[in-house]
Structure formats: structure tokens, C-alpha cells
Design a protein around this ligand. Sequence first.
Ligand code: HEC
Ligand SMILES: [Cu+2]
Length: 356
Amino acid sequence: MANGTGLKLRRWLITVITTLAACLGSICIAPTAAGWNLFDDPVTPVAAQVGSLFNLITIITGGILFVVWTVLSVAIWRYRHQPGRIPRLVHGNIVLEIVWTVVPAILLLIIAVPSYRTLMAMETIPPPDLTVEVIGHQWYWEYRYPDSGLILTNQPLRVPAHRNIKLLLTSADVIHNWYVPDFAFKISTIPGRINQTWFRTERAGSFVGQCAELCGTLHSRMQIAVEAMPPEAFAGWQRQMVAQSQGQAAGGAGKALYETNCAACHQLNGEGLAGAIPPLAGAEIPSGPPDAHISLVLKGKMGPLTVKSQTYNGVMPPFVQLSDEELAAIITYERTTWGNRGSTVTPAQVRALRGR
Ligand code: HEC
Ligand SMILES: [Cu+2]
């Protein structure tokens, strides 16, 4: 090949590569510089780390993609078939081989260091300000606060913002998975095993998620909500909940217990939600025989149910975790308010039906 052609080609190559590199640079770096992020406005320190690790890997792999494509395109063009041309035979090139071993090794190291740091941040649970036990059930979540003795079923997990929350997770039946995308981790809840993890939200707010392990027909109903409250508001809420459960022996216990355990679905006024949750006010069961009523609340109910001549087909969760006294108080409250005319129920009646 004449020397002039070789020079022209080299200049041409350099122009193409620098142009492509400039394009790549602006494509990858500009959005990051403009504050774009996969996890917009990360909620937890771990989510922030996962987000920047993702950005780093995207930039590096994007760069590799462009370099490989550029070299490939140039090679395809430069060494295309030309009549009469005999290719030069090359046997190994030490410099080239060292370069293409060392450069990827360095790139892998650049990725490995922050990966390891992110993993450690996920795995190292800092001293917790609050510990919550998470129990997956077909098909709802139960949250227990061992320090205060509170138990929430079918309600948002309430935690203080800006505090380290430790989760101990297990399942009562099959494998579920507690997944809130904003927190950037997924963790299985496995029967007979306790998994641990932690999070700290850097702001108050509601964060939603979903059971992420196919766990049966109503898997899709296992939504998760986390209410991160300002710490003072959380303390107030917790005091109020504890006072409510302690005051249950006194009058009005049934009402308070109904409000914490049932009102999220059946509403404070017992009217339910049109089409989805049957009313308790004026319904047959709360004015009918006590045993059927107690069993339904103990065992829950799935499958079609007709109330005030409308058919519902939702899931009423079981409430076995409540004590005999608590259940008697709630059921009595249901049976004697909102115009219902059912008999009162005693703890002994509940005990007799438990496990049957
Ligand atoms: C997660 C929502 C939810 C919660 C919480 C809930 N229920 Fe229900 N409940 C339902 C649904 C849905 C049905 C209808 C089930 C069906 O269609 O098979 C139902 C049905 C009932 C019925 C029979 C229907 C009627 O109105 O006559 C009673 C009684 C009842 N629930 C009482 C309670 C009590 C007491 C509590 C609290 C201890 C409670 N429920 C908590 C969703 C809920
Ligand atoms: Cu599940």
C-alpha cells in the first residue's frame, strides 16, 4: 500500500474515533451530570449507593461498547474483500495482548471496589433504633414491634424516618418476598428461617412495594406500604397504639381494637367499600348466630360471600393472632353498634372455637 493512503487512512481513523468518543461521552456523562439517576432522588443510603454503582457500570460498559463497535466497523470497512488483495498474516502481538488483558482487568477492579462497598453497606446492619418482625402470610403482611408489643396486620408498616430500622423476616406458610423498589433491596421471607436486613429513609413519606415471590392465587394482592413518619409523629402514634391496646380491658376496648384491626377495610362507620369490602352495618352475620361470626373472624374468609344481597369475592384475613379477650371485644362491638342487634360474645366463646 502506498504511504500516502496509509497516512490518509490513519487520519480518517483518528477523526472517527475521537468523534465517536465525544458522542459517547456526552451521551453517558451529560445525563448523570444533569443529576439524572436510575433511582431518582434515592430514599435510603443503600439506594443511593446502588444508584451510583449502576451509573458507573453503565458508563464503563457503554464506553466498551463504543470502542468495540468502532474498531469492529473500521475493521469491517478497511479489510473488506477487494479483488486481488492478499491479507498480511500476523502471528501474535505481545503489546496488543498485554493491553487487552490489563485494560479489562483495571476496568473490573474499578467496578469491583464500589460493588464490594455497596454489598457491605447492605449486609452490615447498623445498631437499630427500631426492630420490626415481618411475617408473610397467604396473602397479607403482618408486622410485629417486639419493643412495644404492637402487631399490625394488613396495615402499612410505620417507621420513623431518619432512623435505622432492622427487619427480621419470616413466613407463616410459603415463601414470600418483601420488596420495596425505593429501598433497592429484595428479601425472601422463608418458613422456618429468619432473614435480616435494614433500611433508613432519609425523608418522611409513603413508599410502596409488592410481594415479589409468586405465592399463590392472591399473590398480586400482597401489596406493601411503608409510612416513614417524622420521628416525633411516630413516637406519638406508637404511644397511642400502645395505650389503646392496654386500655382494652376498659370500656370502649372493642371500638379501639376495631379501629386498628378492621376499619382499614370495613371503615370506621362499618359501611365497607362499595363492591370490594362488605359492610358490617346492617349485615346478616353480625346480627346472626355468634359462632358463625366468631369463626369467620378467626379463620378469615375467601370465596364468594353475599352480604345485603350483594356478592363479594375478596379476602378477609384470619385474625387468630388476636387474643380471646381482644376478639371478644371486637366482635361484641361489631354486633352491638351501627344498628346491629347481635348478642355479646365472651372470651370463652372465642376460646372454644379456636382451632376448630
Ligand atoms: C384486608 C381487609 C379486611 C380486614 C382488615 C378485615 N376484613 Fe372483614 N372482610 C373483608 C372482606 C374482603 C370480606 C368479604 C370476604 C369474601 O368476599 O369472601 C370480609 C368479610 C367480613 C365479615 C362477613 C361479612 C359481613 O359483613 O357480614 C365479617 C363479619 C368481617 N369481615 C369482620 C371483620 C372484623 C371483625 C375485622 C377485624 C378484626 C375484619 N373483618 C377485618 C376484608 C377485611
Ligand atoms: Cu406473597
